[in-house]
Design a binder for this molecule. Structure first.
Ligand code: NDP
Length: 258
């Protein structure tokens, strides 16, 4: 079933969205829930994840659960996935969304900063994907979506380490596709442009930069987190069964136009 709109229905599917206690991940979790999935909301803070889960369930009427672990901690990832699998089985959909940003002149970045960014934005996606892949292979199906960024294609001053992690997401996505496509699993990346969240608060508050973003974006505005939902539901559903190893930029045309 890949050619009609019922292919977008996620009823009966379980989804884990990392970093969904707020921001982009929270909106993506709500979108998957609205599409029918049983969703696990996640963050480091159990309190924040539970509050978000309760709010999403209230809006969509579908079951939403909460889980907390640090995505940079290998044992934490394994423990968290074990708890999720015990309750819900191996997730049908994994969205590797948890991430962070650090901005500084390159001469002021420390090796510790670099390691923190790589662990949070890139190694996390490897650890989570590796953990769910075993169960997805056994089942012969699965959807993995890695949240990338326009910064994997467009460099900006002050964020070279972040850009490197998002560049890494591109090739992690393609490499996982090579390994997992033969097992009925798709691995794609959803790459947002600029969206107003905690992560971009300093940019939103900078009137000049904020205007630059709108001007540099052919659509003439910042993204709204709701703009990401349809593309994610597509990549998480049967509708995208033959889409694999792709980077879907959701950026109002930013990466298409100089
Ligand atoms: P936010 O800062 O608003 O949210 C980040 C989320 O990730 C929170 O839920 C946070 O929860 C969680 N998180 C961060 N570090 C960890 C960790 N070590 N372990 C577990 N959870 C963690 O960011 P955004 O919503 O803006 O970003 C989400 C993703 O989108 C990121 O990958 C980011 O790079 C990407 N992106 C964002 C863009 C934007 O314009 N906002 C543009 C392009 C890409 P907690 O605090 O509880 O740990």
């Amino acid at each position: 079933m890949t050619s009609d709109t019922t292919a977008f229905d996620l009823s009966g599917r379980t989804a884990l969205v990392t970093g969904s206690s707020r921001g982009i991940g929270r909106r993506l979790a709500e979108g998957l829930s609205a599409a029918g999935a049983t969703v696990v909301v996640h963050g480091r803070s159990a309190v924040a994840a539970s509050a978000a889960a309760e709010q999403i369930a209230g809006r969509t009427g579908n079951p939403v659960f909460a889980e907390a672990f640090d995505v940079t901690d290998e044992d934490g990832v394994d423990g968290g996935l074990s708890r999720i699998e015990a309750r819900h089985g191996v997730p049908d959909i994994l969205v590797n969304n948890a991430g962070m940003q650090l901005r500084a002149p390159i001469t002021e970045f420390t090796a510790a900063d670099w390691n923190t960014l790589v662990a949070t934005n890139l190694t996390s996606a490897f650890l989570l994907s590796r953990r769910v892949a075993a169960g997805m292979i056994a089942r012969g199906s699965g959807r993995i979506v890695n949240i990338g960024s326009v910064q994997s294609q467009l460099a900006r001053p002050g964020i070279a380490p972040y850009s490197a992690t998002k560049g890494g997401i591109v090739m992690l996505t393609k490499g996982l596709c090579a390994d997992l496509a033969p097992h009925g699993i798709t691995v794609n990346s959803l790459a947002p442009g600029y969206f107003a969240t905690e992560l971009t608060k300093a940019l939103v508050d900078d009137a000049e930069f904020s205007a630059w973003v709108a001007g540099r974006t052919p659509a003439g505005r910042w993204g709204d987190v709701g703009d990401l939902v349809g593309p994610l539901v597509f990549l998480a559903s049967e509708a995208s069964a033959f889409v694999n190893g792709q980077i879907l930029y959701v950026d109002g045309g930013m990466t298409a136009v100089v």
